[in-house]
Design a protein around this ligand. Sequence first.
Ligand code: ATP
Length: 488
Amino acid sequence: MAETLKKLDDLVSLCKRRGFIFQSSDIYGGLASCYDYGPLGVELKRNVKNAWWKSVVQMRDDMVGLDCSILMHPLIWKASGHVDKFADLIVECKKCNTRTRVDHLEGHEGEETTHHEKPEVAAREDLSDKICPACETVGQFTEPMPFKLMFETRMGANADDSMKVYLRPETAQGIFANFSNVLNTTRIKIPFGIAQMGKSFRNEVTTKAFIFRTREFEQMEIEFFCKPGTDDQWWEHWKEQRMKWYIDLGIQPGNLRFRPHADDELAHYAKACVDIEYKFPFGQGDWQELEGIANRTDYDLRQHQRGIRSITKWFENKRDTEKTPLADEHTDWHKGPLSYFDDENRERYIPYVIEPSAGADRGTLAFLVDAYAEEEVRGEKRNLLRFHPSLAPVKVAVFPLVKKDGMPEKARAIYNDLRGRMTCFYDEKSAVGRRYRRQDEAGTPFCITVDGQTAEDNTVTVRERDSMNQDRVHCDQIKNYLQEKLDM
Ligand code: ATP
């Protein structure tokens, strides 16, 4: 019977030992909550992102992609609300001065304070029985205060163009800023969506659990533009599609659930929001957000219409974004520059937006956790990662049974033939049983071994990771065999 992951530490050590994930700046003692992906990890995460892109862009007629710069005009963040409001409500422990997010404090019963998008709701939370996670003092906190999450930097060498800019805290706003560029350069019509994946940065107060919450991370975001009135139906569509994506890639359905946001948790502009949660082996609650799917109405495009109209004021305020008030909404806002003209029905409107927003690193962690298994095989422990073939960092490993009798040459020839089509690994060191175990731990679905019989009948052994079954396959058939099994 295979055992699943009991504690995150076992996965963290496997990731380090096998080169999936390292602490950033390890040789300098590490940089908190930043991580580097090693040789296997970089393949895994790229496969996660490719699978997402394939499913939401390549396989759909109603989606296009985009790749925006991380640094954007600071007014974008004014219009989106991030400059003034993107903050977590924190408290400081009066005893040890550790700062914690109010919604991450745990009480005696172990339950976390509910997450509130609205700080004023979180501020009313009763903290008298909450425990400081650093020193365990109960109920000794300062008044809740906002802590800004955006990283700031300066841009420009000359006094007249130098200004404060922000590292983007989400990829989504770049999509809104390019809404009319995409409309004007493609023939796409509403309903349609724009997808983007890339780095985002947040100066998180409490970081926890490995790559679950980091200060630099990758997001995979969609803004799906639709006609007001059809938004509920598209929200349902994306809920279903996004849940299916995780399940199709091998996550056990019992480890996934939807969590609808309560009314007091919803941002004021959002009509509805649901999280896809995964049952992680850490924290008290276990269930943690992988992805949020929100109905953002026409809020963002309307805000950017106000943002564009604030430019003159911004120059007057010497490019000080924080001091620049956002322009009032124009009376004819629905005919503004970010409106859409529906030429079939001859009507103009600001589209509604459904936003499925996922984390590439969080997704990668969920795929790692779900794939992790320990088994006992003939009295020995075997660690394995049962990745879906399309996520596996290495698809096939090729071994000569021993380093003689032409076996290495033959194995190399097979390896060279396969590597143009899939990620392969060649290994001739140590006993073949140990080589199998190493590949099990890396999540490699198939191992090919060239042995004594190969010289006689041109067949090899192909061993499957999960069942450990071995097939005898003719060398001419290897590609077909693998292609079929890997579904590539
Ligand atoms: P949380 O409440 O956990 O801080 P959030 O609701 O603020 O997250 P969103 O702004 O909805 O998160 O971001 C969308 C997705 O981006 C999240 O579902 C998550 O997968 C990912 N994400 C957000 N913040 C981080 C982070 N600090 N580290 C890793 N992934 C993140």
